[in-house]
Design a protein around this ligand. Structure first.
Ligand SMILES: Cc1cc2nc3c(=O)[nH]c(=O)nc-3n(C[C@H](O)[C@H](O)[C@H](O)COP(=O)(O)O)c2cc1C
Length: 174
């Protein structure tokens, strides 16, 4: 079972669409997955689920528990201001430390409107996950100019689909 995290809370995000596409690819490889969409974070989570309030937000706790129990994660990461979205870091800051991600495995997919494909976002996130003791798969597809490569919620660029399939197959065996 793989947990796919759509890494932004922006409504109707491309990240969510790519997360759904990734789920289909995993299903084609007979691998079950579930999606955590940061759009579903409770609106008050910054004020009520962090620091001295850790573990007390009843709407956030199921996500926190899910992240703690899961073993393998795929993060779909849009590039925001040359890095990954702040809400994703806040989500990570609200997880139980140090056990949630330690010794676990993840794969990263970058998306951007511009030409970087989230390369720096993935680099920054890799540093954080390695700091937390999580193993990051070396294949990290960087899907640049993603907005022009999608139609009706589906990825139309064949080379992008190929990159995701290669990563998914390698990550299943990781
Ligand atoms: C707050 C914000 C900052 C962004 N910064 C960048 C950026 O630095 N570089 C870039 O190429 N695209 C940037 N974008 C565009 C997103 O990377 C692009 O739309 C992405 O493919 C999908 O994001 P989404 O999942 O929010 O739809 C930004 C978007 C937002 C909302």
């Amino acid at each position: 079972m793989i947990t796919i995290i759509s890494g932004t809370n922006r409504k109707n995000s491309v990240s969510k669409q790519v997360a759904l596409e990734y789920q289909k690819i995993l299903a084609d490889f007979d691998t079950e997955s579930t999606i955590i969409d940061l759009e579903d974070l409770p609106g008050d989570f910054i004020a009520t689920a962090l620091y001295e309030n850790q573990g007390t937000n009843e709407k956030f706790n199921p996500l926190r528990e899910h992240m703690k129990k899961a073993q393998k994660y795929v993060f779909i990461v849009p590039e925001y201001n040359g890095s990954f979205p702040g809400v994703l870091k806040t989500f990570l800051d609200a997880l139980e430390f140090p056990d949630t991600l330690k010794g676990k495995k993840c794969a990263l997919v970058g998306l951007s409107a511009g030409i970087q494909g989230g390369v720096m976002a993935l680099s920054h996130l890799t540093d954080i996950f390695n700091f937390l003791g999580m193993h990051v798969h070396a294949l990290k597809p960087k899907l640049m100019r993603i907005d022009g490569m999608m139609n009706d919620g589906k990825i139309t660029e064949e080379s992008y689909i190929q990159l995701l399939k290669e990563q998914a197959q390698a990550f299943i065996d990781f």
